[in-house]
Design a protein. Sequence first.
Lengths: 299, 353
Amino acid sequence: MSASTMPAQTTADIAHAYRQERAKRAKRSAVLKHIFLILTSLVMIYPLIWMFAASLKPDNQIFGDLGLWPSEFQWENYSEGWNALPVSFTTFFWNSTVVTVLSVLGNVISCSFAAYAFARLEFSGKTIWFALMMMTLMIPYHVVLIPQYILFLNLGWVDSYLPLIVPKFLAGDAFFIFLMIQFFRQLPRELDEAAMIDGCSPFKIYWAIIMPLSLPAMATAAIFSFIWTWEDFLGPLVYLNDMKDYTVPLALRSFISTDGVSQYGPMFAMSILSILPILLFFIIFQRLIIRGIAMSGLK
Amino acid sequence: MASVTLSEVRKAYSSMEVIHGINLEVQSGEFLVLVGPSGCGKSTLLRMIAGLEEITDGTVSIGDRVVNDLPASQRNLSMVFQSYALYPHMSVRKNLAFGLSNLRMPKDEIERRVADAARILQIGELMERKPRQLSGGQKQRVAIGRAIVREPQLFLFDEPLSNLDAELRVQMRVELAGLYNRLGTTMIYVTHDQTEAMTMATRIAVLNKGNLEQVGTPFELYNNPRNLFVASFIGSPKMNLLKGNASGLGVDLGGLGTLSARPGTSGPVTVGIRPEHLGLNQPGDLAVEGTITLVEYLGSELFVYVALADGQSLLAQAPGNAQFKRGDTVSLGFKAGDAHFFDAEGLRIEASA
């Protein structure tokens, strides 16, 4: 009898020791993992912290003082920066808002139209058009920059927002189209068919069925479109010449003067303000993405 | 209510023909079931009637109107899909009303119809829910509700019960039959489940590889199958088939004996006998000996698998209280009148005693 209980105890002891050892190892690896992640995220976020610190420092301290903590908090950088340029930042933010809102609208509407056609409608040459569309993904923007500029120059659109906005309404971004095609394709076709029997035209199917069920894809496209347009520098630089038409990134560039003294403090202050809309937009639409994912449980 | 007429209907995908010229008349007010193994083209045929699939050749008429080029929404029909295809982002009420509001029907009429459907299908308390908050059976009810609010002249069902569990399927089958009796509208119902076909149909159309094998009442199909395919497809458990040779004297079943029936032809034939017509240890016009290899007990009845001396296997049905066990030697007797005969091409031949 004692012979049979002894091994049982030993087994329990071994198991206990093993469990303890395993728990210890798990704890150690978790600590290491966290240290690594915290360090990496510090590296990632450092430029942002530095910029925020710089936005509160007097100009002469920004590059001279290595410490992050400002010797005195110069909140005036914000109020001064807002009006430091010949045109107030109210105008720049308004310009950026107009261009960005219209671009986001244009991209989401036109790209989802194109994606719906590719995903659901039958038309001749569909595969060829699809291949052509995908090929445009591989052409860098800088390659088409000059031909595009000449085109818009001939149209008399230079010095206006039209070159920045109109192309967005023409389903010009293959990335968004592709993203949406992939999303539409996973919606069951029987929904379209049920809607067809319920008397929907192809447009009504898109509008009443596909579109509401594709909110996650739409939100993703909207977020990226917003970020890319808001922070776009090259497009506005090429097409906008008058300072009162400038968007925020272009205006920030104007703080750096080639001849006189650059106002770095106000520039960093405005830079901080310029990223707030992106942050806000992301927070709002991120919720939508999560809701959308929860909604796509069809069966 | 409307009749449906298919004449020489064909369907081809690029050069692959999948429906080979089907002629079918569905009478007004009839419950026609399209049945066949998977891939036989029954769903394609239904979708062609619905207007979801183009018709390669031939004509489809609903009532006296050729509908080949009419969009689905103008064919005055409703369809219930296998996956229900409820709009996930709309409440049950909106799902029901969606088609009606597309027809620009007045609001109070829509409300009346939706309320009617909810009452008939007992889904009144589900009206504000979204489809994802419904169980399978409830989704099925809503899908049927969406079909009946339109008060169409034709209902199409594409395997509507195949996503339900067995118990619910039986219940919904009864409800669908009740709905049919209540509405009396023409219904075309696709299924691969022959129990559904047999129990609900006024007439059944059996399809195989894009061809119509036979159309008839369940009784006709069961008792007078036109060919081997229908004979073995209809009936559960399946009909037993034995190879034989017909001559003026009768049908010689190899080593099993000679059946004293005279089909009009001579040469190789297939003899079909349904499991319930094989009497275990009972006399008949012919009795064959064999050994039981498996007994399946279903409560009310037994399925007894018997291996014959020549290697063929027969399935016989016995009452649930019968005592048989594996390894028993039994004799299977049957009447010549219960046997079905098919020629070398598989077509039915009538035999005289």
